[in-house]
Structures are given as C-alpha cells and as structure tokens.
Design a protein around this ligand. Structure first.
Ligand SMILES: *Cc1c(COP(=O)(O)O)cnc(C)c1O
Length: 472
C-alpha cells in the first residue's frame, strides 16, 4: 500500500502527465476506436491478492484505459453537448478528493455548505435570475428535474403523497414539448405519475413549444378530470437548441396554477451574456430552473445548478430527521441533504469557486461569446456552400446541417449519405460530431463550446467535413 512519500512522488508525476495530456489531447483520436469487449478482455477476472505497484497500475491506465477513452476535453470534440473542464476545475477536484468530506449537512463541513450557498447566489446573479431564487447543486439536470416534479407533486397534494403514497385516484398531468429531453419522461416515471400522463405539446417550425397548443391541452385535461401539475419548458432543446417561449408559457401556468420548471441544461450558461437574456423573459412565472455548469461553464462533471423559488416546499418534500442526523444548528444554516435526493454529497462548490475566480465573470463571458460567434461564422460558411443545407434558426453554439448533393436524392438516400459522412468523420479520429433527426431528416450537429476550442479548430473541422463529403 502506498505511503505518504510515494503519494507525493506519484502525485507530482501524475500532474505532469495531466498537463501533458491536456496540452496534447488534440493529437489523440477524439472518439475511442475500441471494439465492444476490447477493454474488459484486458482486465483480469479477479482482483490481485497482493497489492501491486502504482507504476504497474499507471502503465495499465495508459495502455489499457486511455485507448478506450473518448477525449471530451479535445478541442476537436464537437459532439452532443460539451462536458467542459478547465485547469482551475481540475485543481479544485484534486483538493476535493483529498479532503474527501461528506457534505450532507452544515455540521459535517460548514465551509462546504456556506460556499455552496454563496456560489449559487453568484451563479444566480451571473445568469440574471431574480434574487427570489435560491440554489442548490445537484448531480445532474435529470435529478434536478425529478426534484422539481416531486416538489410540485407534494405541493399540489399538500404533502399527502409523501405520507400515504398514491391512492390511485390522482390523475396528474405533466407537459413538455415533443422536443424535450428524455430526462423529463424518466422523472415522470420515477415520480410515480405514469408515462401516459406526460403530455407532449407540438412544436412550431422552429421546434419550440406552441403555447396555444399547451393551453388547449391543459384545458382539455381539466375538462376530462385530470389535474395539470407541471409544465417543463426547454431553453435549448438537446436536438437543435430550440427555445420554448417562457413568457406566454408562464402566463398559461399562472392561469392554471401549475408549476413551471425550466430545463436550460445547456443554454443556461449563455445567460451570462446580457444579450441572451431574452430567453428568460417571463422568468417571474417560473418556479424552478436548472442549468449545468458541467456542460458549458468550464466546471467538470458533475455540477448542476438547480434554482427554486419556494425553498420551504423543496425542504418539506425531502427533509428527513433521524436521530443520528440531528444537529444544533438546524434552522440557522442550510442542510443540503434536505434539498434533494441524496444524503451524502460531494463538495462541488469548491470547483465552481475556483473556476469563477480564475476566469472572472468576463473571462467566462468572453469564451461563451466567442463560441457563439464562431458557431455563427460556421453557419454562414455552411449556408454559402453548395451541397450543404444549414438548419435555421441557429441557436448559441450549435450548428445543425445536412449534406445534400444535388436534387436527385430522396430523404432516405440523403440520410444514408449523412450517416456515412458522420461515421467517416468520427472514424478519422480528427473530430467527433453527432446527429439529430428533424421531420425524418438526419441533421449533423457541431457544438462549438469546448474549453480550449479555437476558431482554427472549428474551421479545420469544416474543411475536413467538406473534403470527406466530397469523397463519400
Ligand atoms: C444534457 C441535457 C439534459 C441532461 O443533463 P444531465 O445533467 O446529464 O442529466 C437535460 N436536458 C437537456 C435540455 C440537456 O441538454
């Protein structure tokens, strides 16, 4: 087993390796090229009986694990949404891992609780949410959305379902657009509402929720004896970053007295730019809001910021008080175990503190602004390129397009071509992108948002896309 002296040595070695890795990651094939089973076949079936040297373990990390990794921190990474990290974030995680504190209540690490409170206030102000919101860090947006639905469920049932369980008499309905993230459906299932009570509202040609269709659906449900419980609006859908119109949706939620939860997992970071705050016009009718600093705000996974107006309802939904967790400070401080699902919690506020202080708000704003600008420039290039079709309107750092050479091909043939184009690009190791489908048409997605991406990486990728398209 390792002693302190060896730890010191390996820690220094590893930091050198980490710095080298991040300096050179753009040279590595972005998407891992391994086949299914290739890694597991290299791991012994049984654990070692006697301890091995860290030397050996680290060699295996480099030889076995690394080839099986997709390099999310590569500036040639344009897939899904980014899951950014940054130097200050990694440094903070090293300290967090060293302290290895369980930050479930204030007393188990007062600094963790109070820094979390501060960081959530910083973030709230940075993205322009009203100060009537209070925040808590959740692991993921999926969890935050589940927390919102459970809180809404308890509010509407006057905390009865927590106590008695569903009686089978309740017919609550949840609404989101047809473009909403799968985590909404997952939360609806877990919260006990039943998948069939999730109502998908039609979108317009920009793929944003149509408020009038929402109003009609809610009215129809009321006429049929259902109870409208919650609307989940998307600021930035995963497919195309469509922006649901919060203002009219909020008015409808107010009329029908339903909870309004906003899923801004990706796009929320863009709200650091005042010019993007048109997205939160109507925020006064929003009950809860989630965005992921672990996507675009240079803070490594996991770190999801959940904001809620009625913290009392939140806490009433989740609080537990067994004898062994009773403390003397209850009521004076935030005990975050009562603000969500988990009891045990990582010290995640530290990395936010490091990132925000290292970048400064302006540093974050400038990077996000650059990403949006380069995505716009790439969009312009695609729009002007014969044989390519840009999907518009384009939002934030996402560029969706389709390769359509000539008029002679039907949708299926064009889809096959784009599929092949994507596979060929990803197999090249030089870039990684993913796709979505709109009205049966495959669109390729380029997300410009990686921490170390430059304009040059974006346009090198575009050259590669054109060249590869010409050759398939
Ligand atoms: C990424 C994403 C999610 C899921 O985020 P997790 O933090 O991984 O749960 C939810 N909604 C939208 C719109 C997303 O883009």
């Amino acid at each position: 087993m390792m002693d302190s002296q060896a730890f010191r040595k390996y820690a220094h070695d590893f930091v050198d390796w980490m710095a080298d890795y991040l300096e050179n990651v753009q040279e590595l094939p972005v998407k891992s090229k391994v086949q299914p089973g290739e890694i597991i076949s290299q791991i012994p079936d049984a654990p070692p009986r006697e301890g091995e040297s860290m030397e050996t373990v680290f060699e295996d990390f480099k030889n076995i694990i690394l080839p099986g990794m997709t390099h999310w921190q590569s500036p040639n990474y344009f897939a899904y949404f980014t899951a950014n990290s940054s130097y200050p974030s990694v440094l903070a995680e090293m300290l967090t891992a060293t302290l290895a504190a369980q930050c479930m209540v204030w007393e188990t690490s007062p600094a963790a609780a109070e820094l979390e409170e501060s960081m959530m206030n910083w973030l709230r102000d940075m993205i322009g949410l009203p100060d009537t919101f209070e925040g808590v860090i959740q692991d993921t947006a999926s969890t935050a959305t589940l927390v919102a639905l459970l809180t809404a469920r308890e509010m509407i049932s006057r905390y009865r379902i927590n106590k008695e369980g569903f009686s089978g008499e309740e017919f609550y309905r949840i609404y989101c657009s047809t473009e909403a993230h799968s985590s909404i459906e997952k939360a609806v299932k877990i919260a006990g509402f039943g998948k069939q009570n999730l109502v998908h509202i039609e979108t317009d040609e920009q793929l944003a929720m149509q408020p009038e269709k929402l109003r009609e659906a809610i009215q129809k449900d009321i006429d049929n004896g259902f109870s409208p419980l919650c609307v989940v609006a998307a600021l930035g859908t995963t497919g195309t970053v469509a922006i649901d119109p919060l203002e009219p949706i909020g008015e409808i939620c107010k009329t029908f007295d339903t909870w309004l939860h906003v899923d801004a997992a990706y796009a929320g970071t863009a709200l650091v730019l005042p010019e993007q705050r048109y997205m939160i016009r109507g925020i006064e009718n929003v009950d809860s809001f989630v965005f992921n600093p672990h996507k675009w705000m240079f803070t490594n996974f996991d770190c999801s910021a959940y904001f809620v107006r009625d913290t009392e309802a939140l806490i009433r939904t989740f609080e537990i008080l067994p004898e062994y967790l009773k403390t003397n400070t209850r009521g004076q401080v935030n005990d975050y175990r009562d603000w969500g699902i988990q009891l045990g919690r990582r010290f995640r506020a530290l990395k936010l503190w490091f990132v925000i202080r290292d970048f400064g708000v302006e540093g974050i704003q400038n990077k996000v602004k650059d990403h949006i600008h380069w995505a716009g420039e790439l969009g312009d290039a695609i729009r002007n390129e014969p044989g390519f079709k840009l999907f518009e309107p384009q939002h934030l750092g996402l560029v969706c397009f389709r390769y359509v050479p000539g008029d002679g091909l039907d949708t299926k043939e064009v889809n096959t071509l784009n599929d092949r184009l994507m596979k060929s690009l990803n197999d090249s190791g030089k870039m990684f992108l993913t796709h979505t489908k709109v009205n049966g048409e495959i669109l390729l997605r380029v997300v410009v948002g990686q921490t170390s991406v430059t304009r040059e990486h974006v346009f090198k990728a575009w050259e590669l896309i054109k060249q590869t398209a010409a050759n398939i």
